[in-house]
Write a protein of this length. Sequence first.
Length: 444
Amino acid sequence: MKASPTISLKEFSRRRQELMAMMEADSIAILPGAKRVARNRDIDYPFRQDSDFHYLCGFAEPDAVLVLVPGRSHGEIILFCRERDSEQERWHGAITGPERAVQLLGLDDGFPINDIDDILPGLIEGKARLYYGMGAHVEFDAQIIDWANLISTNQQSGSRPPGEFAHLGQHMHELRLFKSAQEIQMMRQAASATADGHLRLMREMAPGLREYQLEAELAYGFIRAGARSTAYPSIIGAGDNANILHYIENNDTIKSGDLVLVDAGAEYECYAADVTRTLPANGRFSPAQVEVYNIVLAAQLAAIDEVKPGNHWNQPHEAAVRVLTRGLVELGLLVGVVDELILSGAYKKFYMHRTGHWLGLDVHDVGEYQIDGQWRVFEPGMVTTIEPGLYIAASLDGVPARYRGIGVRIEDDVLVTRQGHEVLTLMIPKTVADVERVMAERAA
């Protein structure tokens, strides 16, 4: 059996060293991990680690804090986490504990999380700058402020709080934007699991099913492939539901003649995939559906062609908008000159979102889209989605009946390479012929 990809301790160490190299002299960085969140009485939501915290150490337990202190003589990398507790472990499973966590993760020092109020103020005291993601963890924000106030009111000679607070994300998120070779392997694994789920759904699609039954097929495929969760709530929108951009009720009955928009991606070891396919419920596209579908597919292919080093972030969107607008004119849904319709934004009646977003540890991943007011230029290691669509809601006035209720979106995950790009999710069929062929396999 082929070994599953993973992030090495050496890579985690490299990330921490890169971040510390960006920090000012005489500074400290503090990153709280995620906490368990109550769902209802005695039940928590499934735990998922904070993405920034995971990026730097990979520790998968709640109630932990990572501290980076460049130049500290007793060790620069410190982890606060839960202590071993046999009673808690009997109920909830193994707890790593500070000592073992330091050994397993290649860190310098570890302390019980319950001792953080006694230890961390002493590490903060006197530092010129404290790096922290203020606003991301409201409860922990209050602790940071309390520690700073405690230092300020300390009467001991020379005691002083940090001279400056700095947002950690400005450095952290720049590092996360560029995926390493190991990260790309993780994202390939997420893409592969996503393909398993989408292919299974295509083969199980049939009129009369409820949308949530298709959601179950996706989940089965993802989990069987080793991706234990979805990267975001799956969208299974049949008929006019496809025209609700963030439709997640997934409760309607699928009818023959419907198109079903499926926007779903697996998450593997915190790395996300994000894929949309639009499928005919009965396995065959109608002529009107083919007309709209092929315009969206042409727009997606044109946009993907623009993903390459040296091009800027907005070029795929510009390419998609041009193809979509030209197609809307050909369908008679817009009237006028293509350039003028683009300039006026007339296409937004049918296409109202951007053509993509960064992808990585978050499905809408971190990273700036503009720098100093200019669109960012693509560089190798970036990963973006490309997801144009056309949404012709049944309620729209002045639209021929044959097109009403058709919603189409096609989305893939695209890696910027030195030579151009690689579509990580290319194995999931998307041409009319390929979709119909795969959907026919169940009947065969």
